[in-house]
Design a protein. Structure first.
Length: 215
């Protein structure tokens, strides 16, 4: 019975990785062929026609800063010192460093220029995949995993997981709103982080060890 359960988990994880990588490779192929996808154009038109305003922009700036290097490094270091289980803190910091390196490698391989239609803020570097989206998804996504695995309070666990999930989504949307990324940059960042997290969490839990504290 236990072996069947393990095999089922492996199949599910493998399926998630496969689907995420297929999606990422498809978008990357389009980008390499210098294609601007239809949903990239549609998202820009929708944002420019219906969303951009002096009221929404400050909110978008606050949200996007939650995915900045300063915010993520600060949260990682705080957790490193606050958490009793230092192995978890080390994994959080290592996760942030690793996904950042992977993002930089991918950016320099693809070398996609940033959008030029409109930019509410200025941003340097390449566009694909979105660093804020990819790194935030991996960083906050790992925190969601840790909350699910170790939090005993079920209600608080659900609230925190929901909040962080919405935050990741909104960080991605804010990058498109601010004009520094195509929607395809954001989606690609989310997809590669999803595949990455499946692998990272499987390896990290062996390093941390111990039983689930919410059981």
């Amino acid at each position: 019975m236990k072996n069947k359960l393990i095999s089922k988990k492996i199949i599910i994880k493998s399926f998630i990785i496969l689907i995420a990588l297929i999606g990422f490779i498809y978008i990357t192929f389009k980008v390499f062929n210098n294609e601007i996808m239809k949903f990239d154009i549609a998202s820009y038109e929708f944002i420019s026609d219906h969303l951009i305003s002096r009221y929404v922009t400050p909110i978008a700036l606050v949200i996007t800063n939650m995915g900045s290097a300063l915010a993520l490094v600060s949260v990682a270091l705080i957790l490193l010192f606050v958490l009793k289980n230092k192995k978890i803190g080390v994994c959080i910091c290592f996760n942030l460093a690793l996904i950042t390196i992977i993002n930089l490698i991918l950016k320099n391989i693809v070398e996609r220029p940033r959008p030029s239609n409109f930019q509410i803020i200025s941003a340097s570097g390449y566009s694909f995949p979105s660093g804020h989206s990819m790194i935030s998804a991996a960083f906050y996504g790992y925190l969601i995993y840790l909350i699910w695995k170790y939090f005993k309070n079920k209600k608080l666990r659900i609230i925190l997981m929901f909040f962080l999930s919405i935050l990741v989504f909104m960080i991605g949307i804010s990058r498109v709103y601010l004009g520094v990324h195509y929607l395809s940059d954001v989606i690609a960042g989310f997809l590669i982080s999803l595949a990455y997290l499946v692998v990272f969490t499987s390896i990290a839990k062996r390093y941390i060890g111990g039983k689930n504290e919410n059981n």
